[in-house]
Design a binder for this molecule. Structure first.
Ligand SMILES: O=C(O)C[C@@H](Cc1ccccc1)[C@H](O)SCc1ccccc1
Ligand SMILES: [Zn+2]
Length: 166
């Protein structure tokens, strides 16, 4: 299981680099990311969150944790600009859930864990989660969509919890 970086760790603000060739090392990282995500538990995890700054993310929305999805170098096109709202959480901002609005329907192109191109149209929670994870790869967190007041309150509480743990 890998350590998950927590807000306001500045490393979460790194913009991840594209993967030029998917190697066995990437596949080992992906397996470790799934193990870390399932243990959290979570339904999504971006490489940025485990301090690896390459454009790789994993998702599994299933209860049984048996529907793993891998997106490498994901690119999103908005199909329906209408926004949907969802109370998002984040493994890097533990304990907080806030309403975030995102485009409801998107098209995504990416590479899979074997480096094969994939292209899909998504909506629902998968579309929300994918956009949340791609934000991570761009150094963005869901708290960035909140007011500065709310974001600073969350930051102060997490910093206090972290000081108590140290
Ligand atoms: O990227 C992460 O930190 C994991 C996120 C993924 C996610 C964010 C917003 C909306 C959907 C998924 C979650 O914290 S995983 C925890 C979780 C579990 C079930 C439903 C929502 C969030
Ligand atoms: Zn997150």
């Amino acid at each position: 299981v890998l350590d998950i970086l927590e807000f306001p760790d500045p490393r979460l603000r790194t913009v991840a680099k594209p993967v030029d060739a998917v190697t066995d090392a990437h596949r080992e990282l992906i397996d470790n990311m799934f193990e870390t995500m399932y243990a959290a538990p979570g339904i999504g995890l971006a490489a940025t969150q485990v301090n690896v700054h390459e454009r790789i993310l994993v998702i599994d929305l299933s209860e049984e944790q048996n529907q793993p999805r891998v997106f490498i170098n994901p690119q999103v096109d908005i199909l329906d600009p209408e926004l949907g709202e969802y109370d998002e959480g984040c493994l890097s901002v533990p304990g907080y859930y806030e309403t975030v609005n995102r485009p409801r329907r998107i098209a995504v192109t990416a590479l899979d864990r074997d480096g094969k191109p994939i292209a899909e149209e998504l909506d629902g929670l998968l579309a929300i989660c994918l956009q949340h994870e791609i934000d991570h790869l761009n150094g963005k967190l869901f708290v960035d969509y909140l007011s500065p007041l709310k974001r600073n309150r969350i930051r102060k509480k997490l910093e206090k919890d972290q000081r108590r743990r140290d």
